[in-house]
Design a protein around this ligand. Sequence first.
Ligand code: ATP
Length: 359
Amino acid sequence: MAVSVELTHVTKAFDTTLAVNDVSLRIEDGEFFFLLGPSGCGKSTFLRILAGFYKPDTGELRFDDTVMNNVPPHQRNTGMVFQNYALWPHMSVAENIEYGLTLRKLEKSERAEKIRRALEMVQMEGYHDRAVNTLSGGQQQRIALARALVIEPSVLLLDEPISNLDAALRQQMRDEIKQIHDRTNITMFYVTHDQVDALSMADRMAIMQDGIIVQVGTPREIYQFPKNAFVASFVGETNFIFGKVQSISNGTATIETPVGTLRSEAVYHELTHGATVQCSIRPEALVIDGVQNGNNRAENRIDAKVTVVNYLGRVEEYQLMAADIPLKAVHYNPGTEAKRPGDTIQLAISAEAVIPLPD
Ligand code: ATP
């Protein structure tokens, strides 16, 4: 049975480093939840607290209504999948998967049936007797998933499980892991620094920085309404243009910037007249010569110079310079006419795409 996971004011320090700093968070029963943040922000420490390898210094961890602070790892019914697979190389696929079932003292026939179902779940039915050291990285990670799933965990913990795989296989595994979640409805908690993992699979995600949870939301909420400049730049790419709030009323603002006055209709932070802000504008919102991405609701115009053009077929990427501010634009479905480095262009930006963030 899947469980909800709730942390209340949980802190874990190593000497003077607050690896997890007063975190309160609730993960719903059956949710696929991601913890996303840069290296060293505290993700692994957080995961180890859920697994029971670390005890919080302060605060409370609950699975459903049960306080887990003092429950040892082997009594938590959590499954784990690691970046390096952590399989036993001298054992067969079936023996690796069987291990957790033997510990739970299940009958041989019941074990065999559960192994069969776990292999089916990860689409590795034909590999029952293979030695794991003869499998590819992707196949080993599927077996690691099967081993974690076979015990029917209350929570499945995944620590950067696909980081060792090449790009094409990573995409395939994302699809498969998401399907496994959809089929099993287990509560899944996945830590990563890879925004694509989180954006493509998460029901909800938390963004962590220096031990603190900065923002929690669905991938769309986080991408479209970042709480601050760190979140805007860590999740997806963005451009920042510094400015000062000139006027503000009813969700719209005008902001004085080095590239001219920008109008924003995406004000969802407290802003005061005269405050300095960073305007976050996604590369796909910079419309070159006003006719890109089918978006003609542009209300801001910026003059810019092209510095680099990268034609990639489906998209064309531009590096630009506007009043000494480097900008990046992405143009989907580029036509036959190319811009060249040195060209002067006009960028159009919808007021809805200019997000002023507190500095
Ligand atoms: P990465 O993505 O690089 O694995 P992370 O986000 O998982 O990083 P943690 O491993 O949780 O980060 O580390 C958070 C902070 O706590 C870091 O500053 C790290 O140096 C420190 N830290 C983690 N484990 C220990 C430990 N056992 N002893 C001392 N400091 C530690």
